[in-house]
Design a protein around this ligand. Structure first.
Ligand code: SF4
Ligand code: SF4
Length: 96
């Protein structure tokens, strides 16, 4: 933060990046996106790959490489997760 930003009435401090893209449950853990991220923000987790939010700058380089379109803007993440859960539930209920 610069002195000008600290001064009362000065411009507000820049927001710390909180991640602009996220990976949904649709991830099949193929690992392609990990190699495409210039920020090294994508890592493997137990059930799928995840984006480390503090490192993601929102460049979207990774997005077109995901074969199942699991990398989505953070704003869409919750909606996509809910769609996936609903589809899984429907599949389970049809089996009975
Ligand atoms: S949007 Fe850019 S920085 Fe963020 S995870 Fe994808 S490639 Fe990495
Ligand atoms: S490219 Fe897509 S499916 Fe492959 S690990 Fe990344 S998010 Fe998962």
């Amino acid at each position: 933060m610069t002195l000008a930003e600290r001064r009362p009435g000065g411009p507000p401090p820049k927001e710390v990046s909180s991640g602009r893209y996220m990976i949904t449950d649709d991830c099949t853990s193929c690992g392609v996106c990990e190699y495409m991220c210039p920020q090294d923000a994508i890592k493997e987790a137990p059930n799928r790959f995840v984006i480390r939010r503090h490192l993601c700058d929102g460049c979207a380089e990774c997005v077109p490489y995901c074969p199942v379109r699991a990398i989505v803007p953070a704003a869409e993440f919750a909606a996509r997760q809910q769609e996936t859960r609903t589809a899984q539930l429907r599949r389970i209920l049809k089996r009975d």
